[in-house]
Design a protein. Sequence first.
Length: 280
Amino acid sequence: MHAQELRHLISDTPRVMVVDGSKMVRKMIADVLKRELAGVEVIGCASIAEARAALETGAVHLVTTSLALADGDGLEVARAVREAAGQAYVPVIVVSGDAQQHLVERRFTEFVTDYFDKSLGHEALAAFIRGYVQPEPVVGATVLYVEDSRVVAETTKRMLERHDLAVVHVLRAEDAFALLTAESLGHSTHRFDIVLTDVTLKGELSGRDVVQRVRVDFGYGKRRLPILVMTGDDNKDNQSELLKAGANDLVLKPIEERLLITKVLFQLRVSDLGQARTLT
């Protein structure tokens, strides 16, 4: 997976927001990003207020933030990203000399994806960011795939399996809930790492119901169980509602294999599974 493919995934001009009170640090991170991701637009912000204003101009695709900002705690930047309308679930990375202390004291919120200690140096930071813009295969991760068309399902399943992903396909939302319930009770041989669902399903329940039930009834957050929703609806308001309901991201149909795989690997990278593998 190359940086060019991530650029194809997110837009012609990927937008990365770098929030830090130090102009020198902002430039250093921006230089790393520009080296790793050609064509990137880096939005430098010195404060929470500037970050909020930047989010109002459009979605971003990766965020780094310092913890100590002139107008407050950098964790508020992470909250603002998660609450921004129409914003997909993207990495929010704390880059700070106090990151380790925050981790020890369990002060990081669920809005933060990852952290990096500035003391490790520029080259380590470059390698760290490379892990996000060029996600590696997550061999053995299991996809719970909800699709009522057997023809579409077979094609999509082959795409996923070509990239060493295990796939459990079901036709209805109800079948997915049964499998998730069995897993939660310890009665399943599967441990699902990500959900891929079509938004339109036969029967009473839709892909939107899959999202809402996973987030509300099962109580699984976006890192515990990422959800990608496949949709042919290019209405921005409808897309925004799916994201607000708890979808990590959307995959527009007709599905292109490179786009689908990039999005799946990207979400696995920021999931609890991806974080656990990074630490081992």
